[in-house]
Design a protein around this ligand. Structure first.
Ligand SMILES: C[S@@+](CC[C@H](N)C(=O)[O-])C[C@H]1O[C@@H](n2cnc3c(N)ncnc32)[C@H](O)[C@@H]1O
Length: 308
């Protein structure tokens, strides 16, 4: 693990290397992450229905009700294997993926047009559909095979307010200005180290490449957003090139950073840079900082809320 730590160390933000014990981080990040189970409120499912169902299946799960849509946390792997799961009653995602519920939960049920520019397989599209029941979500995915998975999920969960498109984010046509854009970026995916260790370690060499693509897409998003519109930028990695450097580029384009510290349910590391003081309003979500509260691997992520 020492060699892996050394390789990961090279790509990190200074703030993380100063504040995090990387050994501790990796020893937690390689464990299977905790799962969030979100009820499909689009078909009338509530948290109590799922809780009852889990009781009959002998599944231990903690109810979380500090978000606009209450959900469950569990370590139990069988929840994805029971027959009822096939009928779209609940979505299972890594705990760290629930971030949009907290950041945009206050807008629940408002009429908005939202572009989910990198949407497959659809976990966050599912969240957006459940938050913005009166809104319209354009779920975009350029990869044909992944687009099919997204389409299957939208059908499985009977999500009524989704329109599918297939463009590269950097070329998404600018013929409408959206109220909000979610950019859950293609990235080096350090978060996946628990299941694709080799691939993730080799991705470390590509963080610069990913960073360039993310900046290109952000430039297009700037034109796709209405004045005052919000961009939620999320990655599942910690490299400076794909996190802070991309947000600095967004600031140069004219975006303002909105602090989300009081909204997030997780402990985070906030980066610093004297030249870009606003960068300190962005958040690295680190599993080792959240072990005490959640008792397991919550997953790895970086989150920035930007306003045009
Ligand atoms: C992190 S995943 C998205 C996960 C999804 N939001 C969810 O919650 O299920 C990133 C996605 O970006 C897609 N992608 C890759 N290149 C892209 C591009 N140039 N523009 C837009 N999306 C891209 C990938 O195919 C992948 O499906």
């Amino acid at each position: 693990m020492a060699d892996e730590i050394q390789r990961i160390h090279q790509i990190l933000s200074k703030e993380i290397t100063l504040n995090i014990d990387l050994w501790e981080y990796l020893s937690i990040a390689i464990k299977r992450p905790l799962k969030a189970v979100i009820p499909n409120t689009q078909i009338g499912i509530t948290i109590s229905i799922i809780k009852e169902l889990f009781n009959t299946l002998d599944v231990d799960a903690e109810v979380v009700s500090d978000s606009k849509i209450p959900y469950l946390i569990t370590e139990n792997e069988n929840i994805g294997r029971v027959p009822i799961y096939r009928y779209g009653v609940y979505y299972i995602m890594e705990l760290v993926s629930v971030v949009p519920l907290y950041i945009w939960g206050d807008y629940k049920d408002e009429e908005r047009t939202i572009l989910d520019i990198s949407a497959a397989p659809g976990g966050k599209t599912f969240l957006l559909s459940n938050i913005f029941k009166k809104g319209v979500i354009i779920a975009n995915e350029p990869n044909r095979i992944r687009l099919r998975r997204l389409q299957n999920n939208i059908q499985k969960y009977l999500l009524p307010n989704i329109i599918l498109t297939q463009y590269r984010g950097e070329k998404f046509p600018v013929n409408f200005q959206y109220d909000m854009v979610l950019f859950d970026a293609p990235c080096s995916s350090l978060n996946l180290i628990y299941k694709r260790r080799r691939e993730v370690l080799s991705n470390i060499k590509r963080t610069g490449e990913y960073g360039k693509l993310q900046k290109k897409i952000i430039r297009n998003i700037y034109n796709l957003l209405a004045e005052g519109g919000e961009l939620l930028y999320i990655t599942c990695t910690l490299s400076k090139a794909e996190c802070e450097d991309v947000v600095k580029h967004a600031i140069e384009l004219g975006f303002k950073v909105v602090d989300t510290k009081w909204k997030l349910p997780f402990k985070t590391v906030q980066p610093r840079d004297d030249e870009y003081p606003e960068i300190s309003k962005t958040h690295y979500i680190i599993p080792s900082l959240n072990l005490d509260r959640f008792g397991g691997n919550i997953g790895t992520s970086y989150v920035a809320l930007l306003r045009r």
